[in-house]
Ligand binder design. Structure first.
Ligand SMILES: Nc1ncnc2c1ncn2[C@@H]1O[C@H](COP(=O)(O)OP(=O)(O)OP(=O)(O)O)[C@@H](O)[C@H]1O
Ligand SMILES: [Mg+2]
Length: 546
């Protein structure tokens, strides 16, 4: 019986968006994000300038960075941002591609739902297609060995082209050298953890002054000018306690009523500090890295004993030093013995631009390397760091997996053609979804071409004819600099297999997840943020974000 009394289930202020409406809203948001980064794809893609609320400026081409820096409100758009993060963590590169593919998968899905194919069928078809795509990719991949320096350099170069810093041969060579220095081979598996490569940045000079240092660089100088500039055969102490007289926690008052007592008091303080320095010296150290402070008196004694000391070293740096030199970090000076010391052939202070830095080279662990990035402005240095991160990671991934594929849209066209045929063998309604998936793959070569000022459709047609027909070269891709269709292995545009498989995997995951949502129930925000014009739906035009 209807009584007319409303039944209240959701708290006041809850926003609800159901059915087709919810779905098309989510898809619109995801597409908006994909469209925003699409123009940055490829060597001839453009950059974005991001200004944060404090007015700081970032200029980048890196998909993950763009999406990390912009404030996104829409929940579905946030899911897309996650895709770029996963891609960044797993492969370092391909973040833009992953997001663009996700957007395209959703766009195609929307067209299918309009012709009454149910979302779960689409999701299912997409899953089948993604599995098949991974199989095909793996089949078309080429092998690479960790010792193949030239191929590895090409991979680094591919990851760096198109970043605003360009792709200097020197940087790609440096990338390969750095990763090869830290890689570890056990039985037949190779691991390369790029966390072991320390990156330091110093304003000044030019990008080509960027150098690889076999050792650790600490952005600090020695504390006292009378300390040695250079220590050979360094025995290194790492301490995270202060070389200062401790201030008492409780406030105490000391009454001194004659001058000799004051003298004694000061002498006692000096003795305590001298003892600390004695402990360092007694352990046999001639270099000291201290996480806390070193007071003036201690500096004086250390200098007198010819010890090179650095204070307020970052904890993360201290850990890296421990790993590189074999030292143990001690938190109490009295624990410091010869056993805790680390070793390096040389510790020296070098002047880089106007700043002094400490170089620890010839470490006990030869796997410790640093890259010192140089560049004209901070924006340039930051973008070099991001590109270098991409390049280091792809080289590491290629070494670990030992499999690479051609870039320039070659894999995507191959997948598009193969999946179209494969769809027919699956049949049923899923066939439509697999065909849509196949078409979605074309977004990458098309965007590459369009960003280069070429005609997207013409390029697709040429690419397809190069992959099929008589010539049948599955490595054909678009050379974005000449507009010609070329064999990408000859042009040396190569990428690790994992960059492609991961992009497809995460794009499929997020697309199917968004497709299956038919109800968005949003609690009232506790604090109302200043609503952008158009609110949640205002993403379509994007301009307010950038
Ligand atoms: N010289 C080249 N010619 C043609 N295509 C290239 C060339 N170098 C790279 N590419 C292609 O450019 C695409 C990569 O572009 P880009 O680096 O801008 O985006 P991403 O790798 O997807 O994301 P990000 O680098 O932002 O994480 C890949 O498809 C790659 O094959
Ligand atoms: Mg890239």
């Amino acid at each position: 019986m209807m009584t007319g009394t409303p039944v209240i289930i959701l708290k006041e202020g809850t926003q609800r968006n159901q059915g087709k409406n919810a779905q098309s809203n989510n898809i619109a948001a995801a597409k908006a994000i994909a469209d925003a980064v699409k123009t940055t794809l490829g060597p001839r893609g453009m950059d974005k300038m991001l200004v944060d609320s404090l007015g700081d400026v970032i200029i980048t081409n890196d998909g993950a960075t763009i999406l990390k820096e912009i404030d996104i409100e829409h929940p579905a758009a946030k899911m897309i941002v996650e895709v770029s993060k996963t891609q960044d963590n797993e492969c370092g590169d391909g973040t833009t591609s992953a997001v663009v593919i996700a957007g395209e998968l959703l766009k195609k899905a929307e067209e299918l739902t309009e012709s009454n194919v149910h979302s779960t069928i689409i999701a299912n078809g997409y899953r089948i297609a993604a599995e098949e795509a991974k199989r095909v990719l793996s089949k078309m991949s080429l092998k690479i060995s960790p010792d193949d320096k030239i191929l590895l350099r090409d991979i680094a170069k591919t990851a760096m082209t198109g970043k605003s810093i360009g792709s200097s041969g020197k940087l790609s060579q440096l990338t390969v050298d750095a990763v090869r220095a830290i890689m570890e081979k056990k039985d037949k598996t190779v691991t390369a953890d790029i966390e072991n490569i320390k990156i330091e940045k110093k304003h000044g000079g030019s990008i080509s002054d960027t150098e690889l240092v076999k050792g650790i660089i600490i952005d600090k100088e020695r504390v006292h000018p009378r300390m040695p500039f250079k220590v050979s055969n360094a025995k290194i102490a790492l301490v995270n306690a202060a070389l200062e007289v401790k201030k008492t926690e409780v406030s105490a008052e000391i009454k001194i009523d004659d001058a000799s007592q004051l003298q004694k008091f000061l002498a006692e303080e000096e003795r305590m500090i001298r003892d600390m320095v004695e402990q360092v010296k007694g352990a046999g150290a001639n270099v000291l890295f201290c996480q806390k402070g070193i007071d003036d008196v201690a500096q004086h004694f250390l200098a007198r004993d010819g010890i090179y000391a650095v204070r307020r070293v970052k904890e993360s740096d201290l850990k890296k030093l421990a790993k590189a030199t074999g030292a143990s970090i001690v938190s109490n000076l009295s624990e410091l013995t010869r056993k805790e010391l680390g070793f390096a052939k040389e510790v020296s202070q070098n002047k880089i631009a106007d700043d002094e830095m400490t170089f620890v080279t010839g470490c006990r662990n030869p796997k410790a390397v640093s890259v010192l990035i140089r560049g004209g402005t901070d924006h340039v240095i930051d973008e070099v760091e991001r590109s270098l991160h991409d390049a280091l990671k792809v080289v590491a991934v290629a070494m670990e997996d030992g499999k690479i594929v051609p870039g320039g849209g070659a894999t995507e066209i191959e997948l598009a053609l193969h999946l179209k045929q494969f769809a027919q063998s699956v049949g049923g309604r899923e066939q439509l979804a697999i065909e849509a998936f196949a078409e979605a793959m074309e977004v990458i070569p098309r965007a590459l071409a369009e960003n280069a000022g070429l005609d997207g459709i013409d390029t697709l047609i040429e690419l397809k004819s190069a992959h099929g027909g008589k010539k049948k070269n599955k490595n054909s891709g678009v050379n974005v600099f000449t507009g010609q269709i070329t064999d990408m292995t000859k042009l040396k545009v190569l990428e690790p297999l994992r960059v492609k498989t991961q992009a497809i995997e995460s794009a499929t995951d997020v697309a199917t997840m968004i497709l299956r949502i038919d109800d968005v129930i949003a609690a009232k925000a506790t604090e109302m943020p200043a609503a952008p014009p158009g609110g949640m739906g205002g993403m379509g035009g994007m301009p307010p974000m950038m």
